[in-house]
Design a protein around this ligand. Structure first.
Ligand SMILES: NC(=O)c1ccc[n+]([C@@H]2O[C@H](COP(=O)([O-])OP(=O)(O)OC[C@H]3O[C@@H](n4cnc5c(N)ncnc54)[C@H](OP(=O)(O)O)[C@@H]3O)[C@@H](O)[C@H]2O)c1
Length: 320
């Protein structure tokens, strides 16, 4: 199959395009920069906002997987929040336009979204699936600016849903933290936190973390491509979200480090500042489960964090 991956130069893109090339697919990455990627990956330049010659790549493709968006691992300044919103909404809108104009539109458009769209889980007794999950936006007791992340997610999904595409199936991938052994990945960030002495419970550590192993992201993408009965939002998360203190304890054990000291909210803010990130990524309770994938018969290669952490740590060590 021919896959077109806007924004495929980043971490999730790396996991996906390497696996697709290895499986013998034709992969085209759209990026704003002239890039040299792996052998077997073609590269086309776009600006993420306007139609251009790149749209010809979409015409005749089998699948589009749009991953484009300014990284959320940054300080949440006004300017960065605006870029986080615009890069997602505008790139999604223009991908929809390219598909709408294609003579031979792709059969399926998988659009990245985020598990952050759901409400902070501390206010809900159960995990969020697609059927019963509560979208975020008006929880009490969470910092007001967290609502903006939910608003980004909602507009991101709306930009896909609003496109008029009678011949293309659409899926929004409400994705949890993607755990891969690559440099600069979420796992890399968590291991760096551990090295800073912040690998213990943060602000009590009861907040849930939803995660998914990169290999299962690839498998879920291929599953969703094949299953033409599935459309709309699909949670891409392992069925084992767990409290942050347990997630970090398991990771520390897998890495072989001594117990870490607990960190207060304020220390988490400082640690995030040092890492030029935002404490929301550590403090929001994300408890999201893959209701639709499980109902459809998808099985995870790494369903539990114990297993995934051991596998990922072994891969990080092998890389080093
Ligand atoms: N990593 C995770 O755990 C995770 C979890 C849930 C959702 N997501 C979402 O999945 C997507 C991919 O994640 P990732 O970790 O691979 O992110 P990433 O490493 O930051 O890559 C995203 C790519 O988007 C492109 N991009 C950045 N700013 C852009 C802009 N203003 N206009 C158009 N393109 C822009 C960049 O490509 P070029 O610079 O080459 O143009 C970049 O390589 C993101 O939208 C992210 O929010 C990620």
């Amino acid at each position: 199959m021919r896959f077109v991956i806007p924004g495929g130069t980043g971490h999730v893109g790396g996991v996906l395009r390497r696996a697709l090339v290895e499986a013998g697919h034709d992969v085209v990455v759209l990026s704003r920069r002239p890039e040299t990627l792996e052998a077997g990956v073609r590269h086309a330049v776009w600006d993420g906002r306007t139609l251009g010659p790149w749209a010809a790549e979409v015409d005749g493709a089998d699948v589009v997987v749009n991953l484009a968006g300014r990284s959320v691992s940054c300080r949440y300044t006004d300017a960065n929040l605006r870029q986080m919103m615009d890069s997602r909404v505008e790139s999604t809108r223009v991908v929809g336009e390219a598909i709408a104009r294609a003579e031979h539109p792709p059969a399926v458009w998988l659009q990245m979204s985020t598990a952050t769209i759901y409400a902070d889980a501390r206010h809900h007794g159960r995990a969020h699936d697609e059927a019963t999950g509560v979208l975020g936006g008006d929880e009490p007791d969470v910092p007001l600016y967290w609502e903006y992340s939910v608003r980004i997610a909602r507009r991101w999904e709306a930009a896909q849903a609003e496109a008029d595409l009678p011949r293309t199936r659409r899926v929004a991938l409400r994705t949890a933290m993607v755990m891969s052994p690559d440099r600069g990945s979420v796992l890399d960030y968590l291991l760096r936190l551990a090295r800073l002495g912040l690998g213990g419970p943060v602000a009590g550590g009861a907040q849930h973390v939803s995660w998914i192993h990169g290999d299962d992201v690839v498998r879920a993408v291929l599953f969703l491509v094949e299953r033409d009965d599935l459309a709309g939002p699909v949670n891409l998360a392992a069925p084992d979200p767990l409290p942050q203190r347990d997630l970090m304890r398991t990771l520390r054990r897998a890495w072989g480090r001594r117990p870490a000291l607990p960190a207060t909210r304020r220390m988490a803010g400082l640690g995030a500042f040092v890492l030029r990130s935002d404490p929301e990524l550590l403090l929001k309770s994300r408890r999201v489960v893959p209701g639709r994938l499980l109902d459809a018969g998808f099985t995870f290669d790494h369903p539990t964090w114990d297993d995934a952490a051991a596998d990922l740590v072994a891969a990080v060590r092998a890389r080093r």
